[in-house]
Design a protein around this ligand. Structure first.
Ligand SMILES: [Zn+2]
Length: 292
């Protein structure tokens, strides 16, 4: 086995997944339950268990190790924050894992891992500058330049979901009003549909073939908001490609009418930006972790 061996571990709320890549080819994959109700120590032991199996598989060969975790490590304190696996919040997760696994590692959040996975082995592999967008429960983003995640001095590069789309708009849990996430994430759309007494999932609603007058208004507003929010990214960074992930990335109108709305708001008389669906699906977290 040669030196280009990478291990990625995706720490999810319900499952922990591990892959081993050798020369960017997947040679091992395993998934176990997180069992997060049993607490932080148990979760860390589960990670050690799956990592141990990967190590056995590669005969303890030299490797790089990356972890994909929800939330982020605070630059101020070194402690994990904002993870939905709440028992891990407030812990020095990076240090604890390095001690337990006895190996150096890098940790990134799921949006950055998504962007990196797609930039290296997915839809963005032929491009230098990639912006990845997750339109899932929330709205996250990651900015990758030359196959490296751009972190920034505040470690918030890509946190585009909490930029303001509508001043004095809907209240967001982050304390601000009118964040992008309130309008074009799965969670945001679910609330908007509920308020309008529409009992359909976001995907079922937006992929419908007929809309009444009120539904058409919601449909148009969503595409307008998408176009405005994405054009703000293009006007700021002008990435080569924007890759969409998360449940809402399956809405086909995003790649036709949605792109037209982006063009309308982009400050340029030409538009060459590629807007593409992801290629790696649910594997982006674990692949991105391996590529850190
Ligand atoms: Zn917000």
């Amino acid at each position: 086995m040669n030196n280009n061996v990478r291990i990625g571990i995706d720490l999810g709320g319900t499952k922990i997944e591990c892959v081993v890549l050798e020369n960017h080819q997947e040679i091992f994959r395993k998934r176990i339950a997180t069992e997060s109700a049993k607490g932080a120590e148990h979760i860390i032991n589960q990670i050690k268990k799956i990592y141990g199996e990967a190590l056995t598989y590669i005969n303890n060969a030299d490797h790089k190790l990356g972890i994909c975790s929800p939330g982020s490590i605070s630059q101020k304190t070194g402690l994990l924050r904002n993870s939905n696996t709440t028992c891990l919040n407030g812990l020095p997760l990076s240090q604890m894992l390095e001690d337990k696994l006895n190996h150096q590692l890098l940790i990134e959040n799921d949006a950055n891992c998504f962007a990196l996975a797609e930039a290296t082995l997915g839809a963005g592999q032929d491009y230098e500058c990639v912006f990845g967008i997750i339109m899932g429960t929330g709205c996250g983003g990651g900015f990758v330049f030359n196959k490296r995640v751009r972190q920034g001095p505040n470690l918030i590069s890509g946190e585009w979901g909490h930029s303001i789309l509508h001043t004095e708009g809907l209240n967001c849990y982050c304390g601000k009003m009118g964040c992008v996430e309130k309008y074009i994430s799965g969670g945001g759309i679910a609330s908007i549909l509920k308020e309008n007494n529409i009992n359909l999932s976001a995907n079922d609603f937006f992929n419908k073939s007929y809309f009444n007058k009120n539904e058409k208004k919601i449909y148009e507003k969503f595409l307008d908001d998408f176009g405005q929010a994405v054009s703000n990214v293009i006007n700021s960074f002008d990435p080569d490609v924007i890759i969409l992930g998360g449940g809402l990335s399956n809405i086909s109108a995003l790649y036709s009418e949605g792109v037209d709305k982006i063009k309308l708001n982009t400050f340029s008389d030409s538009f060459k930006t590629r807007i593409l669906p992801n290629q790696l699906g649910d594997s982006s977290g674990v692949i991105g972790a391996a590529m850190l």
